[in-house]
Design a protein. Sequence first.
Length: 206
Amino acid sequence: MARRIRAAHLPGTKSLESFAFAFQPSLSERLIQELGTLGFLQTATNIVLLGPPGVGKTHLALALTARTLEAGYSARFTTLRQLADELETTSWRQQRRRYLTPRLLVIDEVGYLRLTPSQAQQLFDLVTARYEQAPMILTSNRSFAEWGTLLGDDVLATALLDRLLHHAEVIPITGPSYRMKDRRLPGSPEASAPAETRSGKEGESR
Ligand code: ADP
Ligand code: MG
């Protein structure tokens, strides 16, 4: 278990138990709890968490990864930035070990980085290799319509999304940022601050 946790490279520890579903009514607690029973590992169903910063995408990805590790499966957590770098700089053998062998692969923060043509092709190859074999959890602040721009290639983006979404649970989260919740109390100065100021501040963090 300790070895599996180390190999997963988790950036933190989060659980479904510590997620306040009451704060995020757009999210179906029933669906998330159902995913927590890990059926998606058996069916190789991908999970795509979509929404603006602070709504809990990374928290949920980490919580589902924790469940996966507790159940005895391997997992690997990465961000798109880290993955894109490593796909270009590491050997095929190493990539295979890191990103194909784990039962669950999490790619966090799809959307903060525009990929080069070669990175986009490598990501496509990865999605294709895992397709119907082993699931991925992706988080993104971009709608699927914007993935063409992200990958710099509309045709490739369409083919990637076709595979990614064939067996997938797409979960849009439309609520407020949990990070900003204490600043939104009525009467606090930030509560009346213009939206640009708030999103500007939030843009700094992940
Ligand atoms: P995102 O990845 O969508 O930007 P995070 O998952 O990083 O957001 O959430 C930001 C912070 O707020 C984290 O510390 C996370 O644990 C916490 N958080 C977000 N939503 C909730 C929630 N509904 N209940 C409890 N903590 C939450
Ligand atoms: Mg995040």
